[in-house]
Design a protein around this ligand. Structure first.
Ligand code: BGP
Length: 477
């Protein structure tokens, strides 16, 4: 008996900078992803000053989706995808970011890609900003340090909304906009906002200012999009990693509550159209002196999103220290503790399928809008056998366990889930480490961390498993 809606959007997800390659083809300008080197499994990627001779940048070629997408989309159709999530690389459309007219070659590429998807009745789900800000906006304007970048973003949004208004219905504004709530991590502020904190700067204040400009940009884009096509469904997008209290000690519970508030103020604002009260008081008490105008607040109210997209990989836990201030301030790079009740992936991510059901209920109770699981998966070392098979039972188990929890949330808890696009449709470049060896896909790509490999594609065991899941609309896992 099919328990999920007939029109449930089963699919898979990627991002332009992690699959396309062709980093300087078709008029594309450098993006922030193009100046990040590869790193080891537990190291941070280095951000270089432009593209430096002798450095290896895995996103420059990625897995060459730019040239191979017709064959890849055919494989997605073979799995039975109803939807395919990717991003439009901002610097393909506005190579420098501050032009007034878009790059036609960039627009034409995504016309070809979306036409290929629609040929198989696959709905594109398109992210506008997925860690792909034009690098020129970083060097010239400081990324979202500058209010001007709001206009650059909304001009980009308007150009692609207009171009693809009859091909794309589902949109997302900023991918994992809340990663930067971990404001001490260089990778998050750089990929979310094109910002590198300077010595002596208050990183938390920098994050709140950039985050404000982004939620204003999102609100303006939503209003522009709805004018262009009232049928557009435009969502916000957050990384949903719930933060549990390490114990039932009241201080730990308060700490975890503040952690959830700090991680999800972005979605609070984008869904509800206003700042949560704790945050306005906190920002005032900390004297961040942010550039937040009454006109901005009016925009936020008018530009609320239609749904909430989110990624789910893992859950966190936190414990209060012995010297908490009255704010129980949350600093993610220092305040997390190990949850001994859940296993970890090869990259140390805490695997917690029940956390997905918890999150679906938390978002449903808080926001009362439809939600879309636009990323869920496990990065793992896959072995390509001599016969080109990949026996990724661990990936099947991870996804089965999470789909089971998703179904419980839909059927038993009544959560309105629009679809499920696991990360990732095909092996991609890892965002946080730049590795190809951290594989997520249903399709294996013969490319290694050092850039070697034929780029050939091979179906993994999970390809056939997921094909059956979709065929039975999630009945038979
Ligand atoms: C999220 C990003 C994706 C993807 C995913 C897996 O942060 O939205 O772009 O990268 O996580 O993470 P990683 O690639 O770092 O393993």
């Amino acid at each position: 008996m099919t328990e999920l809606p007939k029109n449930f959007l089963w699919g898979g997800a990627v991002a332009a900078h992690q699959v396309e390659g062709a980093y300087n083809v078709g008029g594309k300008g450098l993006s922030v992803a193009d100046v990040m080197t590869a790193a080891g499994s537990h190291d941070e990627r280095r951000i270089t000053d432009g593209v430096q001779e002798g450095e290896f940048y895995p996103n420059h070629e990625a897995v060459d989706f730019y040239h191979q997408f017709p064959e890849d989309v055919k494989l997605f159709a073979e799995m039975g995808f109803k939807s395919f999530r990717t991003s439009i690389a901002w610097s393909r459309i506005f190579p420098q970011g501050d032009e007034t007219e878009p790059n036609e070659e960039g627009l034409a590429f995504y016309d070809r890609l979306f036409d290929e998807c629609l040929k198989y009745n696959i709905e594109p789900v398109v992210t506008l900003s997925h860690f792909e800000m034009p690098y020129h906006l970083v060097t010239e304007y400081g990324g979202f340090r500058s209010r001007k970048t709001i206009t650059f973003f909304t001009r980009f949004a308007e150009a692609v909304f207009n171009r693809y208004k009859d091909k794309v219905k589902y949109w997302l504004t900023f991918n994992e906009i809340n990663n930067q709530s971990n404001y001490n991590r260089e990778f998050t502020l750089f990929t979310n906002s094109g910002i590198q904190v300077k010595p002596g700067e208050n990183a938390e204040a920098v994050m709140y200012q950039a985050g404000h400009y982004e939620v204003v940009a999102s609100a303006r884009a939503v209003q522009i999009g709805h004018k262009i096509n009232p049928d557009f469904q435009i969502g916000a997008m957050v990384a949903f990693s719930p933060v549990y209290p390490a114990t039932d000690k009241p201080a730990d519970v308060l700490k975890a509550q503040r952690a959830m508030q700090a991680r999800f103020w972005f979605s609070d604002v984008q869904v509800e159209g206003e700042y949560p009260s704790w945050l306005t008081r906190y920002q005032k008490a900390k004297q961040f002196n942010l550039d937040i105008t009454p006109e901005d607040l009016a925009e936020l109210k008018k530009g609320t999103v239609d749904y909430l997209g989110f990624s789910y990989y893992m859950s966190f836990a936190t414990a209060a220290s012995d010297h908490e201030d009255k704010y129980y301030s949350y600093n993610e790079s220092e305040d997390l503790v190990t949850n001994t009740y859940v296993p970890r992936s090869d990259w140390g991510w805490q695997v917690d399928p029940e956390g997905l059901r918890y999150g679906l209920n938390w978002m449903n109770d808080r926001y009362h809008v439809p939600v879309f699981i636009v990323e869920n998966g496990i990065g793992a070392i896959d072995k390509l056998e001599a016969d080109h098979q990949v026996h990724d039972q661990y990936r099947i188990k991870y996804l089965r366990d999470h789909i089971e929890q998703m179904k419980l949330a839909i059927v038993e808890d009544g959560v309105d889930v629009m679809g499920y696009t696991p990360w990732s449709a095909i092996d991609i470049v890892s965002a946080s480490t730049g590795q190809l060896s951290k594989r997520y896909g249903f399709i294996y790509v013969d490319r290694n961390d050092d850039g070697s490999g034929s780029l050939a594609r091979y179906r993994k065991d999970s390809f056939y498993w997921y094909q059956h899941v979709i065929e039975t609309n999630g009945d038979d896992l």
